[in-house]
Design a protein around this ligand. Structure first.
Ligand SMILES: *Cc1c(COP(=O)(O)O)cnc(C)c1O
Length: 384
């Protein structure tokens, strides 16, 4: 059986977790602080704040840029549902714009029409690790004086061309970027998230909000020679990452350059194999270098997506359908206009297995199973 993904995690991570357990301080503490510093340095950010997952990261990011009940936040429906949910957690309304057919990212050409006097922020998604057209999105955001939040859940190690320099996603290029550390992404801490920003005041707010709104963190009180009493000036949350997770995350972070290099080789190889059989490989715009968190293939017109996926599963190859659309799920029904590209991306694409341990033979097998599944469909049609 070839799974859709397999995390790269080993004895180094196990030893790091054990070190923290033996040390005795398990919740947010020195390991979290070190992980934040290392991740900030890696993506080129001034500040990084660790949280419990990317969903809570998005919630806090929207809060600190000032999203309030009744506001509108422009985002995409074609994303994991957490993107839209985070907007609703703020009491705001997600306004969905359609995606670009080739990149599966927010279509900058459709953004301007969605902006209203109630718009409070723009939340774009680097879907499947493919960087958005940040230059265009940012220029519109700045023109309308709107903050741009990047859902970079899938995009650790992805790069974007700025002038003539490749920069990692998360600098951030917008105002705040949010990463996920869930096993379905490149690196994981079980669950976990990270928020990067260039603004010290926002970073400070994020730190307070993630820990109950507390004025003096427990880490400071713990090492103080003076008795200190904390206060709770704002309504906060418990969105902490633990030191056990952070220790694992520090080891995972060291692996990112290698993981990205291997994934790019695998993606290029899939591209060649698909081109050889006349299938459309994913598009990478000239300004973007994906980390290939997911590898998405559009099926030829008129395919039965589920039948193709079932045929591949029967042959021992696990796939996933294209990324979901939030506007088709119960909490969001009737909340958007037509989103034809988003729906087509969900219904006509499949994700192929991609993980660092995937061999060339396995990749060839995956593509041959896909071709067989498509041929069988054509035969069935001919017979019918
Ligand atoms: C995975 C994912 C999330 C949620 O991340 P968690 O860490 O699981 O909360 C949010 N947005 C996108 C685009 C994702 O892929």
């Amino acid at each position: 059986m070839i799974p859709i993904t397999k995390p790269t995690i080993g004895p180094e991570e196990a030893e790091a977790a054990a070190r923290v357990v033996r040390g005795g301080w398990t919740t947010q503490g020195p390991e979290v602080a070190a992980f934040e510093e290392e991740l900030a340095e890696f993506v080129g950010a001034k500040h990084a704040c660790a949280v419990s997952n990317c969903t809570t990261a998005l919630h806090l990011a929207l809060r600190v840029v000032g999203v309030e009940p009744g506001d509108e936040v422009i985002t995409v429906s074609h994303s994991f549902i957490a993107t839209a949910n985070a907007v609703v957690y703020c009491g705001a309304r997600p306004v969905f714009v359609d995606v670009d057919r080739r990149t599966f990212n927010m279509d900058p050409g459709k953004l301007a029409d969605a902006i209203t006097p109630r718009t409070r922020a723009i939340l774009c998604v680097h879907q499947m690790g493919m960087p958005c057209d940040l230059q265009q999105l940012l220029s519109l955001a700045r023109q309308h004086e709107l903050p741009l939040i990047e859902d970079a859940a899938c995009a650790i190690g992805s790069e974007i061309l700025v002038g003539d320099r490749w920069e990692r996603i998360g600098g951030p290029h917008g105002d705040i970027a949010c990463f996920s550390l869930h096993p379905r992404k490149l690196i994981n801490t079980g669950d976990g998230g990270m928020i990067t920003t260039g603004r010290a005041d926002w970073d400070e707010s994020l730190r307070r909000l993630r820990q109950h709104g507390m004025s003096i963190p427990d880490t400071v009180r713990h090492t103080s020679a003076k008795v200190l009493f904390e206060t709770y000036p704002v309504l906060g949350f418990n969105y902490r990452l633990t030191d056990i997770q952070a220790a694992i995350g520090r080891e995972q972070l060291r692996r990112v350059p290698d993981l990205v290099r291997v994934r790019r080789e695998l993606a290029a190889r899939y591209g060649t194999l698909l081109a050889n059989v006349g299938l459309e490989a994913p598009f990478e715009p000239p300004f973007a270098r994906s980390n290939w968190q997911s590898f998405c293939v559009r099926l030829p017109d008129g395919c039965d997506q589920k039948a193709v996926m079932q045929a591949m599963l029967d042959s021992g190859v696990s796939t996933r359908r294209g990324i979901m659309c939030a506007h088709r799920e119960q909490p969001y029904l009737g909340m958007s206009g037509a989103l034809p590209e988003s729906e087509s991306a969900q219904d006509n694409c499949i994700l192929l297995p991609l993980f660092t341990q995937l061999s060339s033979e396995e990749q060839e097998y995956v593509v041959s199973c896909l071709v067989d599944a498509l041929d069988r469909r054509l035969e069935n049609r001919r017979r019918a």
